[in-house]
Design a protein around this ligand. Sequence first.
Ligand code: ADP
Ligand code: MG
Length: 225
Amino acid sequence: EEEALIQSEKLSVAGQMAAGIAHEIRNPLTSLIGFSKFLKAKINQYHEYFDIMLVELDRINSIVQEFMALAKPQANQFKRHDLKKIIQNVLTLLETQAILRNVEIVLHAEADEAELLCDENQLKQVFVNVLKNAIEAMPNAGMITINMKLLQPHGFTVEIVDEGVGIPEDQLPKLGGPFFTTKDSGTGLGLMICYRIIEGHHGKMDISSAPGKGTTVTIFLPRNG
Ligand code: ADP
Ligand code: MG
């Protein structure tokens, strides 16, 4: 309970920051990226420095984009959608990335009918973020199992099970906090966005993990948003 409270405080502080800052940074950033590319094309030396600048600018860009996604959930677009279709849609998006890493993704959908009131794009974002983490946790191939179950009478659970590196126990409380990442090119915002979106749907997300064996992310979503 206390942990959940801390989690949602982290969300609101970061959410306010996101709303204020992300837009302000985006425009100057776009011009910095544009002029760096332009100068790299015009100047016949220092290309390795331009490349470093572009990689770093790209990193700032992805942080800003994730922050803008954090700021978005205020404008909810709640409609009836089929949860299974949303997940299948996301799987199509991630197909190439999974194949490149020899990751197989299997979806077991127990419910024939899986309608729920939700913001489709936000839920897609949640599944993209969680599945990307699962793929990134398995550098040398593996399997991701998605179990979608009807939880009578009021909602659905989606379990995303990977066979990746896992998460050490002392890091579990840090998940979803701003900028917590263990990856060289991570932003540490993906899970924070997930928690925020799922909270906006009055759902719940739990992460359990066995280091060296894998991680299970369990998402509960109520039928009526
Ligand atoms: P990022 O992916 O940019 O690092 P996230 O918020 O998506 O940011 O994830 C934060 C951290 O949580 C990751 O850096 C990783 O250490 C850990 N993590 C999340 N999902 C998994 C997973 N499926 N397996 C192992 N570690 C994970
Ligand atoms: Mg991530």
